[in-house]
Design a binder for this molecule. Structure first.
Ligand code: ZN
Length: 224
């Protein structure tokens, strides 16, 4: 029995970490559009040129190409247990694109899980991030600490804070995310397939909450 989820949540909500744990426990594949685009850039020169031109103009990959890319990836992936989408859909147009993608795979969205994080918790979590300016490795003083304080494990360079991870920048990103996501949440709420989970808590407790939601979906599907 396969299950299909969309994970949404602001930066710092830990949705990718959760998706990884769910993959390990339930075998649900995890797809992030960011990863898929990076993979395509690394393997397709024509795509890379097209994408770089977009970035130069300050644009994002359009809906049609994003849809094509995602469908192509899903079709060649191992998804017999279902999957979790992370970072998609981002717009109302993409919600109907996703319905089409799923229809083509003979699947239907079970649930959209929104990871609700307070602004305060987002700042607390993200301001603990450090990165290495030489090799780009990211650390987190709460979870992935460097072995020697302030020094990159990989290359020995001095770690720094990204401008993006300064409190004002975090709050700005956080609010932008919430505003952009609101219409999507309303859309899925109306469809009756939205579940919000409060993730201000510790990782282990958050994971328990998510597990119980997933197991509920599982039970409902078995009954059918
Ligand atoms: Zn480094």
């Amino acid at each position: 029995m396969a299950m299909y989820f969309v994970f949404m949540g602001p930066p710092g909500s830990g949705k990718s970490t959760m998706a990884k744990k769910i993959f390990e426990e339930y075998g649900l594949a995890h797809f992030s559009t960011g990863d898929i685009i990076r993979e395509k850039i690394a393997t397709d020169k024509k795509f890379k040129e097209m994408f770089e031109a977009l970035i130069k103009e300050g644009k994002l990959l359009d809906d049609e190409n994003t849809k094509k890319l995602l469908l192509e990836k899903l079709k060649k992936s191992q998804i017999k247990n279902g999957f979790i989408l992370d970072g998609y859909p981002r717009t109302i147009k993409q919600t109907s694109d996703l319905d089409n993608i799923l229809a083509e795979l003979n699947a239907k969205l079970d649930l959209v899980i929104y990871f609700r994080l307070s602004e305060k918790a987002a700042v607390e979590r993200l301001s603990k991030r450090l990165y290495c300016p030489s090799c780009s490795k990211v650390y987190n003083l709460a979870s992935v600490k460097p072995k020697n304080e302030g020094i990159c494990d990989e290359c020995g360079s001095k770690l720094d804070v990204r401008a993006d991870d300064m409190p004002e920048a975090i709050i700005k990103r956080f609010r932008e995310y919430e505003n952009k996501t609101k219409p999507l949440l309303e859309h899925y709420q109306k469809k009756g397939i939205l579940k919000e989970i409060d993730v201000d808590d510790e990782v282990e407790n958050n994971y328990k909450k998510i597990k119980s939601v997933i197991e509920l979906v599982m039970k409902k599907k078995i009954k059918k």
